[in-house]
Design a protein around this ligand. Structure first.
Ligand code: F6R
Length: 612
């Protein structure tokens, strides 16, 4: 986690740095700091708390500087205090470092550096890098890039580092290992950042940086080398979204804006996937029909909300394509001995493309011989880069920490994959596939219809603001939707919330129900296996024990026992999560507001989790 930005160029550095940090705050927001390069010394300011604290303390007494680095932190080593905020400096106060990730051998480094006389002023792992670089820079006669190359050879862990020295403040040196860093190429100005969002206002020219590559930016250009100093060819690409897409656009919060962007996000992800002769076109999979036919197993790896999308993949792909699907929490998968071979397809789902747990699980799967397909929302991020193939979702930038539109597009992407596999394996006929695809195309308008009628739900939500616990029930694909509803409520409203499969209720969770407990129950669409009736029985069971039951059910479905009913449009049963999740998102959003919480930046969280 943590957001990193560096600027050097023809203009004042402070605006791109602060604006860049604002756009990276989703990566962590418990402290922020900057180092500005002025001749012969560095101006450093850092503050615990959100970026606003740093801005207030900066006031208007800033030195003029055309280069600098900035950091917004999500604490790992050392609490969120002024001292632990980045940048960290060497004992002369001339070399400053910012860092995203974890230096695993920092304790050993710190002991060695202390033995040499270095004084430490923070509890962070990062500070050891500042002292190490300081020594190495002297050894290499003031050559900071050479010092960085050498330093990286001794560091273990995951890190993006940027360093600057007061004697040559226009030169910023960066490196990445298992953490993101991207270079922005402007007009006589250059940027380094965790994410293109930081510099999108200035340039859309971006350059990918590989593992263990050292990048040096100056006001006149940039250079990328490997750890031995060999020049690397820049891999440039154009960023396809613009600054406006990352603004709130009149909504009170990014999350609300992103909820309302869902019809477009889903439509964009679906567009142009059916050919005139009713074939699902997914060339991105890079798999021949023969390879698809010989697939024996699919393993989905993901975390959090993306994991819930993976659970929905299991229901859809098994039903349509008749391939066994396992869904694994990425952080657990890595430490097992998975049974995998070349006929296993691993699907890694990640909005950010940088989630460390998912990345490590992906590497584990690849090492075991699997083919890996990424479903990702962030172009050129690490997970797609390290996968054999990638299917991009087209949700656009998701800024709010709680995932909404990315989830819906992930679900839609797994439907597309399921339909494609089913078609190639001849488990569904072309006309069945075309019918289902057309039902998918109808989803954006149905989401729109739900969003047009959310006001009563918002009012209803506020009446539950004092509840201590909310339970969510679902069956079949409604179960992952229930888990997602509970996760959203936990992260935003800080309430106890749990999602259960309706059938599991009687095996324990029903003991949680007491007088007045809100229970949100999703009634499965259609009548397959009488799941709708079974859920109605579950509703009666919790109602009989005092629960207030909010039921989500499709138009026209019979509902009994509900305290409140939220209607969603009719859709094929497997597609229901795309619709049922929307009121759950609104419920969590409104509850967070009612409880006075920060919606876009909930406590203790970060958007991109780049530590294990
Ligand atoms: C919840 C949420 C997280 C992410 C998870 C994976 O709202 O946003 O649970 O879904 O951290 O993140 P990505 O998809 O970026 O790998």
């Amino acid at each position: 986690m943590c957001g990193i930005v560096g600027y050097t160029g023809k203009n004042s550095a402070i605006t791109p740095l602060i604006e860049g940090l604002r756009r990276l705050e989703y990566r962590g927001y418990d402290s922020a700091g900057i180092a500005l390069g002025t001749s012969g010394k560095l101006f450093i300011e850092k503050r615990a708390g959100k970026l606003g604290n740093l801005e207030s303390s900066l006031g208007d007494q800033l030195p003029s500087a055309t280069s600098g680095i900035g950091h917004t932190r999500w604490a790992t080593h050392g609490g969120p205090t002024d001292n632990n905020a980045h940048p960290h400096v060497d004992n002369e106060g001339k070399l400053a470092v910012i860092h995203n990730g974890i230096i695993e051998n920092y304790n050993q480094l710190k002991a060695e550096l202390q033995a040499k006389g270095h004084k430490f002023h923070s509890d962070t792992d990062t500070e050891s890098v500042a002292h190490l670089l300081s020594d190495l820079r002297k050894e290499f006669n003031g050559d900071l890039p050479a010092a960085m190359r050498e330093a990286v050879k001794t560091l273990r862990g995951s890190f993006t580092l940027l360093a600057v020295h007061a004697d040559n403040p226009g030169v910023i040196v960066g490196v990445r290992r298992n953490s993101p860093l991207v270079l922005g190429v402007g007009d006589s100005e250059y940027f380094l950042a965790s994410d293109v969002a930081a510099f999108i206002e200035y340039t859309k020219r971006a350059v990918e940086l590989g593992q263990d590559e050292i990048v040096v930016i100056t006001p006149t250009g940039f250079e990328i080398t490997d750890l031995d100093g060999n020049a690397q060819t820049p891999r440039e690409y154009q960023v396809t979204w613009d600054a406006e897409a990352a603004q709130k656009g009149g909504f009170s919060h990014f999350m609300l804006k992103e909820i309302f962007e869902q019809p477009k996000a889903v439509a964009d992800t679906l567009i142009g996937r059916l050919t005139d002769n009713n074939q699902i076109e997914l060339d991105e999979l890079k798999m021949s029909d023969e390879e698809i036919r010989s697939l024996k197993k699919i393993v989905v790896i993901a975390c959090g909300t993306a994991y819930h999308a993976g659970m929905i993949a299991k229901y859809a792909i098994e039903k349509w394509a008749q391939i066994s699907v396992e869904v694994e929490i990425a952080s657990e998968y890595r430490y097992r001995d998975p049974i995998i071979d070349a006929q296993t397809l691993v699907i890694a789902i990640s909005q950010s493309g940088e989630t460390m747990d998912t990345l490590m699980a992906l590497r584990h799967a690849k090492a075991a011989g699997a083919r890996v397909l990424a479903i990702c929302n962030t172009n050129s991020s690490t997970i797609p880069r390290e996968s054999d193939a990638v299917l991009y979702t087209h949700a656009g930038p998701e800024i709010a920490v709680a995932s909404t539109k990315a989830f819906l597009t992930q679900v839609v992407a797994v439907y597309l994959i399921g339909l494609h596999l089913a078609q190639v394996r001849k488990e569904l006929t072309d006309s069945e596939v075309a019918d289902l695809y057309n039902e998918l195309l109808a989803l954006p308008a149905k989401i729109e219809a739900i969003l047009e009628t959310v006001e009563p739900l918002r009012a209803l939500t506020r009446t539950f603001a004092k509840s201590s616990s909310v339970l969510f029930l679902g069956r079949n694909v409604g179960f992952p939707a229930a888990l997602e509803g509970a996760l959203k409520l936990k992260e935003l409203a800080y309430m106890h919330a749990e999602g259960f499969a309706g059938g599991e209720l009687k095996h324990g969770p029903i003991a949680l129900i007491e007088e007045g407990t809100p229970v949100i129950a999703i009634v499965p669409a259609g009548h397959e296996h009488s799941l709708d009736e079974k859920m109605l029985s579950n509703i009666q069971e919790v109602k009989a024990r005092g629960a207030q039951v909010i039921v989500i059910a499709e138009e026209g479905a019979e509902v009994t026992g509900a305290t409140h009913v939220i209607r969603i449009p009719v859709a094929p049963a497997l597609f229901q999560p795309v619709l049922a999740t929307v009121p759950l998102q609104v419920f969590a959003y409104e509850m967070a507001i009612a409880r006075g919480n920060d919606v876009d930046q909930p406590r203790n969280l970060a958007k991109s989790v780049t530590v294990e």
